[in-house]
Design a protein around this ligand. Sequence first.
Ligand code: ASP
Length: 361
Amino acid sequence: MATKSLLCVQMLLLTSIVFVVLGHEAVKSEQYPLVVSTWPFVEAVRAAWRAVDAGFSSVDAVIEGCSACEELRCDGTVGPGGSPDENGETTIDALVMDGATMEVGAVAAMRYVKDGIRAARLVMQHTKHTLLVGEKASAFAISMGLPGPTNLSSTESMEKWTKWKQNHCQPNFWKNVIPVNSCGPYHGKDSLKLSDRTCSEDSLLGNIESSSSHFSVNNHDTISMAVIDKGGHIAVGTSTNGATFKIPGRVGDGPIVGSSAYADDEVGACGATGDGDIMMRFLPCYQVVESMRLGMEPKLAAKDAISRIARKFPDFVGAVFAVNKNGEHAGACYGWTFQYSVRRPLMDDVKVVTVHPHSLP
Ligand code: ASP
């Protein structure tokens, strides 16, 4: 009798263990893998999904997803052929982060090489550095086997640039300079002694404050992607050609870890897009992940990170998505309507989520 009831208890225990394990697996398999990306970059999410669903790692999937976007030139602001700078040149910023090891690779203002995310991965895999910039990043990428040197301009980017030149280089990213309504060369308004100013320069000075940075919905975008693989490991990646008519040498938030993206297996991940010149001052994605670490839900963490920026820069435009390690996701935005894309098990295809801007907190 004693043996029988022991057997019963053992069977019960075994059943419940199996149930728990199966239950856990069942929940897990609904949560993972997961792909989240800024904007309706549906093809990029599908590419990442194919990789991660086939069992590849989150880093591999991020590379596949961001690469697809670079090839497709998503929105004209990812990959080659978009966002000409003041000289008409397209340059690329990209980053990859492995949330299992906290390793990061990034390239900034990279010239002549179109494969931003693959170059970032080479930095992560084959160097002890985190970020390579400019022509030296290009030389590194080419030496490691990526195609180049390549002209990154396109007919569209050159047409855009020519029109901008004809429009006296307006709008632009300069401030407190003269001349205001022409292409420069510029000098700081404070560097001129009053006695040196000509009448026409004086009248131009009156217009200085009307020249703003002109980040708008149409002149920039970033793919920022997070993937959780079947093992629960998280990676993030970004790629962008930055802001249209940027001052040559400008680096946006795209390759700045903690700003455009951040991941930690212990907590979750975040991706950002928007006015990178402002956003990188706040490291919004680091903020989101750290807020979630302290117990905030993704929605609140995303909102909080955006509010911190909006309180100081009420004119900025930007957005973040947040995803925790359980696969719960949310977005927040300010100054524009934001969309992000999601693919997970039990979904037939990618779903695009629309997030409406919230008002100044
Ligand atoms: N954050 C990017 C940059 O400033 C642009 C964008 O995501 O819209 O370069």
